[in-house]
Design a protein around this ligand. Structure first.
Ligand code: ADP
Ligand code: MG
Length: 370
């Protein structure tokens, strides 16, 4: 065929060159591969808002996880009520729950639920105020009641030093402990526990093993965050970060560690999810978090984070392979066409095969085990 003189005219050579120089495989290779990657992700409950986020995910250096609702189930339960002066425990629970009854925070709901289970009467509260990331304030029968962190009490000039030992002990057991103060004096503490999600430890170990820095970012106190981190064998803990400070913490990590993926669930995580190079929302979280994120993990399972990283890396390996193949066909075929060694039929076959190769290779992504 090749030596058949009838096709080896200038006219045919030009025609063959036109066919083999067509970069169709090159043009389709990247979008086809990205669509395969996005499809594979969606099948595992990882919803990605666009191919660019799949690319950003492959370039991430560090993974930051919110604690409450992301690492933990996000359903705190009261596990202990202690008196720190003469008031009985049920009175402390009653006052705390009364103020918390106007709170929308999961901790507030947990305290109210406990009071209900214990059939404790709640009192009327006036002048209620929720202080973001710190706790709640209100008046019961003319008395000023505060329920929240040390920082909240200190803001109202309440000395928390005397209760320090007792609460630190509870926090070391991974319990989040709120102090209750009445008229400027600490009267007791309410400790809540929030279970770590099943499989969270394995998922975090896997992400670390893939070579990423992993950090916890939480508004909760240092001791509790450290206790949770210890259970998960994590060393990087950023605690007592107020909601508006979360963005600044992400910016700092971006300067120190490079590209950051942030995983969160709450309203208070939304700005940080936007700031991060890749924002990932837990599907069981708030609408605002999902809205702000680039990726949503439908199952709320942290193993999906490792899967998303693995898939994004695989997608980019495939894109490179496909670019190679697309180029390969053109680079080999063009000189042959110019020198008149390529029959038009062979040229057509080569160009069709290059597209088929690229599409088939991209489709292999859909079978990737995550
Ligand atoms: P996270 O970052 O873990 O989701 P937040 O920023 O919502 O936490 O809250 C930080 C801390 O502030 C809580 O761990 C808790 O100690 C305290 N806090 C927040 N809201 C309340 C509340 N309604 N009652 C008592 N304490 C609260
Ligand atoms: Mg949270």
């Amino acid at each position: 065929l090749i030596f058949d003189a009838s096709f080896n005219t200038w006219f045919y050579r030009a025609l063959v060159l036109l066919v083999v120089a067509c970069p169709c495989a090159l043009v389709i290779s990247t979008p086809v591969t990205i669509v395969s990657g996005l499809t594979r992700a969606a099948r595992s409950g990882i919803l990605i808002k666009g191919g660019n986020y799949l690319e950003a995910m492959a370039k991430v250096d560090a993974v930051v996880l919110d604690k409450t609702g992301t690492i933990t189930i996000g359903k705190p339960e009261v596990v202990e009520v202690i008196s720190l002066n003469s008031l009985p425990e049920d009175k402390i629970l009653s006052m705390s729950a009364s103020v918390e009854s106007a709170s929308e925070h999961p901790i507030g709901r947990a305290v109210v639920a406990k009071a209900r289970v214990e059939k404790i009467q709640l009192s009327e509260v006036t002048d209620f105020q929720a202080i973001t990331g710190k706790g709640v304030v209100g008046k019961i029968a003319g008395k000023n009641v505060l329920v929240g962190t040390r920082a909240l009490l200190n803001d109202f000039n309440v000395n928390t030093n005397l209760s320090e030992n007792k609460i630190t002990a509870l926090e070391a057991e991974a319990k989040t402990t709120m102090l209750t103060a009445v008229n400027g004096e600490v009267v007791g503490a309410v400790a809540v526990a929030d279970e770590i999600k099943e499989g969270a430890a394995e998922a975090i170990a896997k992400i670390k093993k893939m070579g990423y820095q992993v950090a916890i970012l939480t508004g909760d106190n240092r001791e509790t965050a450290a206790a949770i981190a210890k259970k998960l064998q994590m060393t990087h803990v950023l605690a007592e970060v107020l909601p508006h400070e979360k963005v600044a913490e992400i910016q700092r990590l971006q300067r120190e560690l490079g590209k950051v993926a942030m995983i969160g669930d709450g309203i208070n995580d939304a700005p940080a999810l936007t700031q991060a190079d890749v924002g990932i929302a837990v599907g069981t979280g708030t609408d605002i978090a999902i809205e702000s994120a680039d990726i949503t993990l439908v199952r709320g399972d942290l193993k999906s984070v490792a899967s998303a990283i693995k898939l994004s890396r695989a997608t980019f390996r495939k894109i490179k392979q496909n670019l190679f193949w697309a180029f390969f066909y053109n680079v080999v075929a063009i000189p042959l066409a110019v020198s008149g060694l390529l029959h038009p039929v062979i040229a057509e076959i080569a160009m069709a095969s290059s597209s088929v190769t690229v599409v088939s290779n991209a489709n292999l992504l859909k079978r990737l085990r995550l």
